[in-house]
Each structure stands twice: as C-alpha cells, then as structure tokens.
Design a protein around this ligand. Structure first.
Ligand code: SAH
Ligand code: SF4
Length: 332
C-alpha cells in the first residue's frame, strides 16, 4: 500500500472494504481465537514526563504505589491459577526495581511454569534487556508512540526518537519477541503523520503491534486537547493487520476508555489479542495513565470473566494459549 492510499483509508475512503478485509485476514491466520494476556501494572512511579501520560513525574495529584517483588509473584501465581498463557509486567519507568529484582521475578516464575512473560518497563539500560532475556523473559513491549521526530520530542520532553528506535533494535538483537506501537491522534499528529507512522511501524517487522487512541488526562499538559477518534484508531488497527498479517495486535484498553465496548469492536477490525488487568483492585485505579483506565473495579477473576464475555459477544473464542509470534514460527 502506498502512503497516499493509507491516508485515504484513514480518512474513511472505504470502511466496509477495509474492516472486512482486515477481519478476514485475521480469521484466516488466527481462526476465531483471541489471545488473552493478563497485565500486572506493578508500579505507577515514573521518572519521565511524557506530556500525554498521567503517570508523568510532575503529576502531583496521583497517589503513587509500588508492589513488592513478592506481591508481583502472587499476581503471577494468580495468572497461572486462571490458566493464562501469558502475563505482561508493566510499570512507569521506575528504576527502584533493580535488574536483580526483575530477574528474581523471572527466575521464580519460570521455575513454576512455562507461562510466557512479557516485560513493558520502559527505557531500561540495554544491558538489563539482554540480561532479562537470558534469564527467560520472552517478550518486550516498547511503544514508539510516533515516528515524527519533532512530535516525539514535544510529547516526551528530553527524549529522542533515535534513542527509542535504538532500544527496539537492541531488544530484537537480544532475541525477544518485540512489540511496539503508536498513539493515534496524539496532539499535533496529522493523518499524514499517522499514515507514515503505520508504514514505518510495519517496516520494523514486529511480533506485536499496537495502535490505541489518545485519551486526554486532565492532570497532564495535554489535558485540554481533544480525545482521539475511535474510528481513526480502528482504521489504524485494520491497516496494521493488512500490512502485518501474522503480527499479534491488541484491541487496546484506551478504546474502552473512550467508549465502553469499543475494545470489542477492535476484535472485529483486525486485532487478535486482549489484555485484561490482573492488578490488585486496591491499587489498579491509581494506574491512571488516562481517565477510564481500569475503570472496571472488580477482582482479577471477575475482570477476566468479563473479558471472556466481551470476546464471545463479538463471536470469537477466548484463548489461554501462550500465543507466541506466528511471524517467527513461519520465518524463523
Ligand atoms: N513506562 C512505559 C510503560 C507504561 S506506559 C513506557 O512508557 O514505555 C504504557 C503506554 O501507555 C505508553 O506506551 C503509551 O502509549 C500509553 N499512553 C500513555 N498516555 C496515554 C494517553 N493519554 N492516551 C493513550 N495512551 C497513552
Ligand atoms: Fe512514564 Fe511511560 Fe507514562 Fe511516559 S508513557 S510518563 S514513560 S509511564
């Protein structure tokens, strides 16, 4: 696809054609199965100051929490009890967890079962990436947010696109299944930037790819900016599917933050993964990246049940499979 065709599709040139082609391709490669990944959001401390994110260091309104290594291990045990094939560990860029803390979580988890562990800990040193991979971490998620260097620098003060790209390359070299993604309708993003972002994201040949809409958080500098369009985000997901037939693509929780039920729609627009939160109920509301994140306050088991029902509502089948990258199985 040429960039001009992608821009036209993002503007709504052919929704019925786009969504049905993306859905057909998803079914062809994944059947009706939707992979469930349990996500443990273990700390909302962050030393970065991204202008879009509620966890940013300068946000003094947020009640901060950190789970201990033992608490995190309990969450992983719960994921095993719930028979989940993958657990994702995510946090703000919180360096109080040492390389060894994360290593202990990985070692103990791997000793208990072969459940896949995905890390999403932000900009850690490249040596940490390599070490955790050796110890058994399977996947790493590091979103690029946008490939537009100026927009990137404006949105993530003090940080550069080149640095983030270098980290993604290092993760790949270390042997991870690598995931990245973008925020659609980030303030300052035009349709042309978004189209180019989708192309560049696809050129990275990733195992996991996400596109979720911008959700304004009143406690951030972008709080008064308009919400991302759900439809644009869904179109972006569908285009990503067409450009990346075998990638694992999630229906993001940001969709649901904008409209309850929009996340399920993603599952019929090219997404094949969903990530319910396993974060303990006492703290999950404070993982407030944007308003409405973890709005569904219930214990992890009920949240998982609700996710399975949502999957069935759109005619798909919840899957607890490990769901490794098909791109790798086929291409090595
Ligand atoms: N600190 C790590 C991981 C946690 S942030 C990191 O930044 O990589 C997880 C993701 O939340 C980010 O990658 C970003 O894409 C998303 N996010 C943050 N603020 C958002 C907002 N206001 N709207 C939509 N997505 C947002
Ligand atoms: Fe921190 Fe990640 Fe939020 Fe940026 S997006 S402020 S790095 S949690």
């Amino acid at each position: 696809m040429r960039q001009s065709e992608i821009t036209a599709l993002l503007a709504g040139a052919d929704d019925p054609g786009l969504f049905s082609a993306a859905d057909a391709l998803t079914r062809q490669n994944f059947g009706t199965e939707i992979y469930i990944r349990g996500i443990v959001e273990f700390s909302n401390h962050c030393d970065k100051n991204c202008r879009y994110c509620g966890l940013r260091r300068a946000n003094t309104k947020l009640h901060r929490y950190r789970l201990s290594v033992d608490d995190i291990l309990h969450c992983l045990d719960l994921a095993r009890e719930l028979k989940l094939g993958t657990v994702v560990l995510q946090s703000g860029d919180d360096f109080t967890y040492t390389r060894e803390d994360i290593a202990r979580i990985l070692t103990e988890s791997k000793a208990r079962s072969d459940m896949a562990v995905t890390l999403s800990l932000g900009d850690r040193p490249l040596e940490d990436f390599a070490y955790w991979r050796e110890i058994g971490a399977d996947r790493y998620l590091l979103k690029i947010e946008t490939f537009d260097a100026e927009l990137y620098a404006n949105s993530r003060p003090g940080l550069t696109l080149a640095d983030r790209l270098g980290r993604i390359e290092a993760l790949r070299k270390a042997g991870y299944e690598v995931g990245s993604g973008i925020i659609t309708d980030l303030p300052g993003m035009t349709l042309d930037i978004l189209a180019s972002d989708l192309m560049r994201l696809s050129e990275l040949d990733l195992d996991m790819i996400a596109a979720g809409p911008f959700v304004p958080n009143p406690d951030t500098p972008y709080g008064a900016e308009p919400s991302g369009s759900i439809l644009t985000a869904l179109r972006a997901v569908a285009i990503l599917r067409l450009l990346n037939p075998l990638a694992n693509i999630p229906a993001t929780s940001a969709l649901n933050a904008l409209r309850d039920g929009a996340r399920e729609q993603g599952l019929t627009a090219g997404a094949n993964v969903i990530m319910p939160s396993l974060t303990p109920e006492e703290v999950s509301g404070n993982y407030a990246i944007y308003p409405g994140k973890n709005a569904f306050r219930a214990d992890a088991k009920s949240r998982l049940q609700a996710t399975k029902e949502a999957i069935r509502r759109v005619g798909r089948t919840p899957s607890e499979a490990i769901g490794g990258s098909k791109r790798r199985i086929l291409h090595g």
